[in-house]
Design a protein around this ligand. Structure first.
Ligand code: BDP
Length: 577
């Protein structure tokens, strides 16, 4: 899926700004034809969650209606015009000039509609109905009652009642973009890179696959050009490989040809790299690599889960400062701009679908599987050309207590491999040896909190539990493992000697102890701390002020004590902790 760009053949208009907004708590909007106009709207910023912008709507999850007007830009007459919504959480229904364009389910992946039939040159009326309510038949699920609550009773009393540990922010979370492209145009481009001895290989395939095209790959010393139909290949002697130390990006220009005439063009950055799991190791460019980094969230005061460019830049600077080389897009796909920053700054990303809190009661299971398949397809289509993406994560902490879980993930895995055979697949588990899907997944990801939720306050005992469990897991599955979550809440400014739970000292010592265990296991290929920064959650007795305080940085991105210790560990690269 190609992101809209501007060049001689393509153009876009970003509709970010102030829109009109009206909540619809009684769900009257459809019958009262709000898709033609809103009668008492208030202004709202797009993109951003509505919950952070309005105190009176903090806990309101929908439905709500957005409206904006636009004129057709100069030169767009008689063109096919598309709308691309990059992220609307969770259900979106869209109308233009009173006519329904379509709808989309799923909060974090882009979707496109053709507007051409209904567009006018002046005063187009765009309306989007957004519903972010929590329901057991949505993914991620919420408002679950009955036996499934036994699994995580701590969430059952939370308000809003999520089945996951982050605030269920709603709204238009990423830019809404109008764009045009030529009548005959590239629908998609797939770039796959490889290595053969000391040569770099770059394969470029286009859709439609009968297109005649020219591809130009521009490097630091040389530019390579070739032409073909559907697919071309480059062999690059002594390539500048992409990696955390030197995230070199070539520029690829792909031009569609009609005879000798160029009729469409698209350019994108290309990082030449390979990624694979071999034995106990993760290999980047055929060399073992150890992941150091975080599980994160898209979360900031006021903007909520909305795309916030300065915060994205700041977060990458802090991750570089602390010596991280990797992160996971827990627990949903992040903004495409964030993925591009990861390419530019050399971060290795485990790219996760929004399947958090899955459960496997047969009731509704087919629908959950269909949604997970849709999300996986949309995610791979969106992110396949990012060198930073080194693995796909099918889910976070599925409640895999029933045998149905294994076949569920086997189906997802098979679909994933059919869409992208170049990257490993994993899922992030809290089930330990009971996670039967580890049998077919490429590597294991585990979340553990011994010394916090269990064995509370006892770090040494907690790390002994961790050590024993890791060995059991390896013994059973014989696959390498990343500890994708470990950590402790530290309330900023809370101190204790000797260390005590919720103090900055406890968090620091906890993390040191876990890292020591991890570094003693040859099959451990990475450590991701939970979390990069403090983040907003539902209210509940384990979440003081409605926050998870496991951040190494505060929600305002100030370092806690552990940040300085981690920087020592991660930048000194010594085996000694
Ligand atoms: C794990 C979840 C994560 C939570 C974390 C915690 O994957 O979303 O925030 O625990 O409890 O179970 O802090």
């Amino acid at each position: 899926m190609l992101y809209p760009i501007r060049n001689e053949y393509r153009q876009y208009l970003d509709l970010s700004g102030f829109w009109n907004f009206q909540i619809d708590p009684e769900n009257r909007g459809r019958s009262e034809m709000w898709h033609s106009g809103l009668d008492h709207p208030r202004p709202i910023a797009v993109p951003a969650s509505w919950n952070g912008q309005f105190d009176d709507y903090r806990d309101f999850l929908g439905p709500a209606w957005y409206q904006t007007n636009f004129d057709l830009p100069w030169g767009w007459e008689n063109k096919q015009v598309f709308i691309r919504c990059n992220s609307i959480n969770y259900l979106a229904d869209i109308w233009l000039n009173g006519q329904k364009l379509g709808n989309h389910e799923g909060g974090h992946l882009p979707f496109i509609f053709d507007l051409s039939e209904h567009i006018k040159s002046r005063n187009n009326n765009l309306i989007i109905r957004v519903d972010g309510q929590l329901a057991s038949d949505r993914v991620p699920p919420g408002n679950i009652t009955g036996s499934e609550l036994d699994f995580f009773p701590s969430h059952s009393e939370n308000f809003p009642q999520t089945q996951f540990d982050f605030f269920p922010y709603c709204g238009i979370h990423r830019p809404v973009i109008l764009y045009i492209k030529p009548k005959e145009a590239f629908e998609d481009i797939t770039v796959i890179t490889g290595l053969e001895g000391d040569k770099g290989l770059v394969r470029v395939a286009v859709d439609p696959d009968h297109s005649q095209f020219r591809a130009t790959l521009e490097g630091p010393e040389q530019t390579y050009t070739t032409r073909g139909e559907g697919e071309v290949r480059f062999t690059i002697p002594q390539p500048h490989l992409w990696g955390p130390e030197s995230p070199y990006l070539y520029n690829l220009l792909v031009e569609m040809l009609s005879g000798e005439k160029v009729i469409d063009a698209y350019s994108l950055p290309v990082g030449i790299r390979t990624i694979s799991v071999q034995g106990n190791q993760l290999l980047l460019n055929d060399k073992p690599i150890y992941l150091k980094g975080f599980g994160r969230h898209e979360d900031f005061p006021v903007s909520g889960r909305g795309f916030n460019p300065p915060v994205a830049i700041k977060d990458f600077s802090l991750m570089k400062w602390i010596g991280a080389n990797s992160f996971r897009t827990s627990h949903y796909p992040y903004a495409e701009q964030v993925m591009s920053l990861a390419d530019q700054r050399g971060f290795l990303v485990i790219d996760e679908t929004p399947a958090v809190g899955l459960f496997f009661n047969t009731d509704g299971l087919d629908r959950r599987l269909a949604l997970c398949k849709q999300y996986l397809r949309e995610l791979i289509l969106r992110d396949k050309n990012h060198p930073s993406v080194i693995a796909w994560s099918l889910a976070n902490e599925p409640h895999s207590t029933r045998p149905e879980a294994k076949s569920f993930f086997q189906e997802l895995y098979n679909l994933g491999v059919s869409l992208d055979a170049t990257r490993p697949f994993t899922l992030v588990s809290c089930m330990g040896v009971a996670e039967e899907s580890f049998k077919f997944l490429d590597f294991m990801c585990l979340n553990r909190y011994f010394g916090w939720y269990q064995e509370s306050g006892q770090i040494e005992r907690g790390s002994q539990f961790l050590s024993a469990e890791l060995d059991l897991l390896y013994e059973k599955f014989q696959k390498p493992l990343i500890l994708t979550e470990f950590g402790a809440d530290a309330v900023p400014g809370q101190h204790a000697l000797p260390p005590e739970m919720f103090s900055e000292e406890f968090q620091t010592v906890f993390i040191e102890a876990y890292i020591q265990v991890l570094r003693s296991k040859p099959y451990v290929i990475g450590e991701h701390i939970w979390n990069f920064a403090d983040f907003k959650t539902s209210q509940g007795i384990t979440r003081m002020g409605g926050y998870n305080f496991k951040g190494i940085f505060t929600r305002n991105r100030r370092p806690k004590l552990a940040a300085h210790r981690l920087r020592d560990i991660w930048t000194k690269e010594s085996e000694e902790i």
